[in-house]
Design a protein around this ligand. Structure first.
Ligand code: AMP
Ligand code: MN
Length: 217
């Protein structure tokens, strides 16, 4: 099997692995003219979710290519997690790769999609995700928007310092650049602030743990 760069597979190569498990996730996004505090351009709304495991990730889940196409499976998952019909087609496919965490015997192939929508549609999805989605409060604790701006309080840098499922952070960064949603310079800057934020978080967690241990005695 010919592999593309860094574990990447074409959609067809990925589907050829019939004894692999397959999971599909999608980045749903739109442009917006809205501004934060009436002055900071929000530019794009990108939907992610707080998952049941406390990690940030993209909507989607396991699909069964022997019973449904990857895209049908992804739409089925979106109906459960967002509570609305979101048609996904092959044109929305971004990349497929072997999950870095999986071994060859328990192969998991991750398929990633992106779909640009109208702002009103994205707002509607946020409403249905919190009301009619059957996974709400179970597998999904809530949809969240990705802040793309940087203020002195944080923004994208703080968002990126949270914990993500699997390769979700990298999928987000790749798509931000691929679709021109942020400049490489701004992304670099946000990431470097993020590393510093993460160090402070580690320190906070260590002192919280020390405090708790003290209370146990
Ligand atoms: P889900 O049903 O959404 O949890 O996804 C199915 C599988 O894909 C789980 O085993 C997750 O660990 C994994 N997974 C979910 N999202 C991602 C992601 N963005 N990158 C890598 N693995 C993921
Ligand atoms: Mn899921």
């Amino acid at each position: 099997m010919h592999k593309m760069a860094s574990g990447q597979l074409s959609r067809a190569e990925a589907l050829a692995c019939t004894n692999c498990r397959h999971a599909c996730h999608v980045m749903l996004y739109c442009d917006t003219q809205n501004e934060l505090f009436g002055q900071i351009p929000i530019k794009h709304i990108i939907l992610m979710q707080m998952r049941f495991d406390g990690l940030l990730g993209f909507p989607g889940g396991f699909v069964n290519p022997s019973e449904e196409s990857l895209e049908e499976g992804l739409s089925r998952e979106l109906l459960e997690e967002i509570g609305a019909v979101v048609p996904i087609s092959v044109e929305n496919h971004v990349e497929s790769c072997q999950s870095p965490a999986s071994t060859s015997s328990t192969g998991l192939i991750l398929h990633f999609y992106a779909k640009k929508m109208e702002e009103e549609q994205i707002l509607e999805l946020e409403r249905s995700a919190a009301s009619t989605a059957i996974d709400h409060g179970h597998e999904v604790l809530g949809m969240v928007r990705v802040p793309l701006y940087c203020t002195k309080e944080g923004g994208l840098s703080s968002f990126l310092s949270h914990s993500f499922i699997g390769t979700a952070r990298q999928q987000l960064l790749d798509c931000l650049l691929r679709f021109g949603l942020i400049s490489p310079q701004n992304l670099c800057q946000a990431l470097s602030i993020s590393v510093a934020t993460h160090k402070r978080t580690t320190k906070d967690l260590k002192s919280a743990l020390a405090l708790m241990k003290g209370k146990q005695q």
